[in-house]
Design a protein around this ligand. Sequence first.
Ligand code: FES
Length: 104
Amino acid sequence: MPKITYILPDGLETVLDAEPGTSVMRTAVSHGVPGIVAECGGNAMCATCHVYVETEAAEGLPAVSDVEDEMLDCTASERCANSRLSCQLHVSEDITVRLPETQV
Ligand code: FES
């Protein structure tokens, strides 16, 4: 079962087991991880599930779609090269993500 490590803005880490194929967003929301708002429920339409992918295996992740790319321009915190919408990250391997200071 893949593990997702969430690094909160204050540096605290939460590690969760994820059902294979579940999104980083869905796993966080269902376990009460703070800092992921996910207003649109995972439809890549709100950009409030923004995370920074810290794992070096980021190349193995699905490519950023045109819709995700557009929404990443709307994040409340700075967009970086490792920015992703966590609702679009369906995990099959361990991954570490850092949460931004704010989502709104
Ligand atoms: S939950 Fe809305 S864009 Fe990811």
